[in-house]
Write a protein that binds this ligand. Structure first.
Ligand SMILES: NCc1[nH]cc(CCC(=O)O)c1CC(=O)O
Length: 372
């Protein structure tokens, strides 16, 4: 690639509107950092996007569990048809295929979950003011479990599809949903931030977000030193360390995306909370948020965590902070947090979930063989 005058970097992405917006944002940062290359965005249809009927939890069981959203793209990356893939970090398994790796994690958008209210209810409605028997649309075990814990009377119904589809189902006249939960990051990137009625966080009840939520990640071939070097200019050190801690925690708890674990990470030094991971907590005279400067190595990484049983009846919480100077230290923090959580009861909660999953899989097998 280096020898040709205008080499082209092929950027792989899923086909959804949001995925393509994200790919274009990465292309723009790369263009700014490396104007001498040509860039081409290559949208690819993923298995998970083709099948919109099977409940996610079932789709994500078994052998192909981890390649549902990324399988086709990863094959193309391995075949060198692509130079990199843009992903939502949240969608990436903690174990990647042998020859592939994360080449960069980019600056995090707002990582919080957001409450979107049905147009039949007042826009100012919050979790606390929803009718007690409200039906919430979400296919996320993590979101449902945390909400069941906080609001045991809510009902939950599966809601799949890309952001536009989900909002369409919420807004439909015969919609069963009073509200849905979406990641604020996706809504902001696609320009529908105005639909957000409430941001959910540890500050209003204790809804924590998914590991890696709000951050974009770039997957490359492990041996592609040149791409690693190119990406080093657009990565975000703060986000990389925070998300490395989160992912090490998830890996240690041995979870896929279906484990009800929530996290909240932030950097704190001298005077306040730094951005890049969480919205700034410092404001100037005009009420504008100010980023705290200061050297990253002198700040502490704060991490709040919760593991919840699927029915929301049992939960374990833990928070701590530590000075984290690099990715290795971040991963150690994540693993240490996992140990504490396990000791305090998360192991029992997770055991029960995996036993139930095995039971479900067994029943499905039996049902399938009795049909034949
Ligand atoms: N599971 C789908 C998914 N993967 C990443 C995001 C949001 C954007 C992000 O986290 O960067 C979403 C949608 C959602 O959870 O509302």
């Amino acid at each position: 690639m280096a020898s040709s005058p205008n080499p082209t970097i092929n950027i792989g992405t899923r086909q959804s509107a949001l995925a393509q917006i994200q790919a274009r944002a990465v292309e723009a940062s790369l263009k700014a950092a490396h104007p001498d290359y040509n860039y081409k965005i290559c949208p690819v249809l993923a298995t998970g996007d083709k099948d919109k009927v099977t409940p996610l939890q079932q789709l994500s069981q078994g052998e192909n569990a981890k390649s549902l959203w990324t399988g086709e793209l990863e094959t193309m990356l391995e075949n060198k048809e692509l130079n990199l893939i843009v992903h939502c970090l949240k969608d990436m398994p903690t174990q990647l295929p042998d020859h592939l790796t994360l080449g960069a994690i980019l600056e995090r958008e707002d990582p919080r979950d957001a409450l979107i209210i049905s147009p039949r209810l007042p826009k100012e409605t919050t979790l606390a003011t929803l009718p007690p028997d409200a039906t919430i649309g979400t296919s996320s075990v993590r979101r449902a479990a945390q909400l069941r814990r906080l609001y045991p009377s809510f009902k939950f119904a599966d809601l799949r599809g890309n952001i536009g589809t989900r909002l369409g189902k919420l807004d439909a006249e015969d919609s069963p949903f009073s509200a849905i939960i979406l990641a604020a990051a996706g809504l902001k990137r696609i320009g529908w931030e105005d639909r957000i009625s409430q941001y959910l966080s540890s500050e209003n009840g204790g809804m924590l977000y998914a590991v890696g939520q709000g951050a974009l990640a770039i997957e490359i071939r492990k041996d592609d030193e040149q791409m690693r070097h190119i990406l080093s200019k657009i990565q975000c050190e703060r986000t990389t360390r925070a998300c490395s801690a989160e992912r090490a925690l998830l890996r240690a708890l041995e979870g896929g995306c279906s484990v009800p674990i929530g996290v909240e990470t932030s950097w704190r030094g001298g005077t306040g909370v730094a951005t890049g991971v969480q919205p700034a907590k410092n404001y100037d005279k005009d009420g504008k948020a100010v980023e705290e400067e200061g050297h990253l190595d002198e700040q502490d990484l704060f991490i709040k965590t919760i593991v919840v049983s699927v029915d929301g009846k049992e939960s374990v919480e833990y928070e701590t902070s530590r000075n984290v100077k690099n990715v290795e230290e971040a991963e150690t923090l994540g693993r240490d947090v996992a140990d504490v959580l396990k000791e305090r009861g998360a192991a029992a909660i997770l055991d029960k979930i995996s036993k139930e999953k095995m039971w479900d899989a067994k029943k499905k097998l039996e049902a399938a063989s009795s049909v034949k």
